[in-house]
Ligand binder design. Structure first.
Ligand SMILES: [Zn+2]
Length: 243
């Protein structure tokens, strides 16, 4: 399928074209937890899989088998892993496009020898795949695994100055308009295209175990409505820090 290179508009805002966001090479996406890749970059990944391709590194397994009810959690780990594969297929990718590292929840490394090995490995992946753009969760995100993932991406970029790092955002925020503004230190890119929205919708629905958790939460129904609307009908937003 041909990739539309023309910029499109959503709610009057100019969208970035895919060529700008990929450098016309494969992209690499780091996902701290199962589903982050779909929620933050689903349309971008669908465009990539229809073109030069994408590699996804899933850093943590998204549930903690060391906690009480370990067997139930272990089955949740398996389900989430299967859901990621299903979602990536819905986006046009293959199981072999995903690298799973299975760090326990909350234990994506931010320093030390394991962190250094993670940086080595992702640097090698970016070089071997010819990627010019590395996508990672945002530095400002409160979750420790998201911060660690952003830190790993920065570590790779320090060694590969030509590699661009773009941080994706996941949740709708009251500060969304502020966060979506370029500053002296950052440039914000927006991406949305109708042809990639359908595969993203299908991929989000593959993450059934996470959607079910939102249903159980008393606040969940409302949150789910807000979140799903933003995910399905909104834009994807990527922030690049000037270096
Ligand atoms: Zn996450």
């Amino acid at each position: 399928m041909a990739i539309s290179r023309s910029a499109v508009r959503l709610d009057g805002k100019k969208m970035s074209d895919f060529a700008t966001l990929s450098g016309e090479r494969p992209i690499v996406v780091l996902a701290p937890h199962p589903g982050d890749e779909t929620l933050g970059c689903g349309m971008l990944l669908a465009a990539a899989f229809a073109g030069r391709g994408a590699r996804i590194v899933a850093l943590s397994r998204g549930a903690n088998p060391d906690r009480p009810c370990a067997s139930a959690t272990q089955s949740l780990v398996s389900r989430r892993s299967a859901e990621v594969v299903e979602a990536v297929r819905a986006l046009g990718g293959r199981s072999s496009d995903i690298e799973r590292w299975n760090f326990p929840l909350g234990h994506v490394p931010m320093r030390g020898p394991v962190y250094e090995r993670a940086v080595d490995w992702i640097e090698a992946l970016c070089v071997s795949s010819g990627a010019r753009c590395l996508y990672a969760s945002g530095l400002e995100n409160a979750h420790v695994d998201h911060l660690a993932t952003a830190t790993i991406a920065r570590g790779v970029a320090q060694r590969q100055p030509a590699l661009r790092v773009l941080h994706y955002t996941l949740w709708p925020s009251p500060r969304a308009d502020v966060e979506g503004t370029s500053t002296a230190q950052t440039k914000t890119f927006r991406f949305a295209a109708e042809q990639w929205r359908k595969p993203k919708r299908r991929a989000v629905r593959c993450h059934r175990s996470q959607l079910a958790e939102l249903e159980i939460d008393p606040q969940g129904t409302k949150l789910r409505e807000v979140m799903m609307h933003s995910l399905m009908e909104g834009e994807e937003r990527f922030v690049e820090h000037h270096r």
